[in-house]
Structure formats: structure tokens, C-alpha cells
Write a protein of this length. Structure first.
Length: 150
């Protein structure tokens, strides 16, 4: 894990690859729980029998479930000390280059694309890729915006 001792250290690390998270399994239970929480119960996500005859041959994770894994996995990659709080400020350029099939192992890869001073702290853009084990294309690529407040 990459540890920044203060938010100002982020300014010097622009362009750096920050590392990788651990691998996690995306199983049907995780997909079903997301479907229940969001109300998105489309058969390609929650009906393994019907999905076996569908375009992917099995169920796939929701795009927004895949995107939400960035917030779950990023704390394994880096942390910023010396702050009063970190704020998820939003996202830019969200893409889903490959479907995330049930039973896949995924991890996050992160690169610090930008860091700028703002009033009271630093704002960053971290490009996160949700990589699928054994696949060339990632399930999700997103520029995640965060604010680290003194």
C-alpha cells in the first residue's frame, strides 16, 4: 500500500502508478444483493437459468456494481495521512470496456492522473481500472475525483 504522509505529497506523485488491490470474487450473491439494493433486477444480472441462453452465457455484474467496487478497493491501494477527511467528489469518463461475468476475480489498479491545491486541501484525479483476472480488457475504467481536506 502506498501511504502519503500528507495531502501535499500527492502533488509530487502525479503520473505515478499507485499499485493494485487484492483480488476479490464477484459471485452471484454480490450481484443479487446489489440488484436488491438498487431495484435493478434485469434477468442478465439475477436469472442464471435465463442468462445461460443469453448473449453472455451467464449472469453479469451491473455496470454500477462494477463502478462501486472502486470505492471498496481503493483503500487497499493508497491512503492519505494528515487529513481531517476525504471526500468522494465524483467521477469523470466512466467506461465499461468488458462485461464482468459472475464468478470472475477482479482487482483495482490505480494511477494518480492529477492533483491540485484547492481551498483547504488537495483535489485528485485517480484513474482506476477494474481488471478481470485472465482478461485483456478491464470491466471498468473511471477517473475518480477525491478531495483530501486538511
Amino acid at each position: 500500500m502506498k501511504i502519503f504522509r500528507s495531502p501535499s505529497e500527492l502533488l509530487e506523485a502525479v503520473g505515478d502508478h499507485l499499485g493494485y488491490s487484492n483480488w476479490i470474487l464477484v459471485d452471484q450473491e454480490r450481484i443479487d444483493l446489489f440488484a436488491e439494493a438498487t431495484g435493478d433486477k434485469q434477468w442478465i444480472h439475477v436469472d442464471p437459468e435465463k442468462a445461460s441462453d443469453g448473449p453472455f452465457g451467464k449472469t453479469i455484474a451491473h455496470g454500477y456494481l462494477t463502478l462501486s467496487l472502486t470505492n471498496f478497493l481503493l483503500p487497499e491501494i493508497f491512503q492519505v495521512d494528515g487529513i481531517s477527511m476525504g471526500i468522494n467528489y465524483g467521477t469523470d469518463r466512466v467506461r465499461f470496456p468488458a462485461p464482468l461475468m459472475v464468478g470472475s476475480m477482479v482487482r483495482a489498479s490505480a494511477e494518480l492522473v492529477d492533483a491540485v491545491e484547492i481551498e483547504g486541501g488537495i483535489q485528485t484525479v485517480v484513474r482506476v481500472s477494474i481488471e478481470i483476472e485472465g482478461m485483456e480488457r478491464p470491466a471498468c475504467v473511471v477517473d475518480s475525483l477525491s478531495r483530501f481536506i486538511w
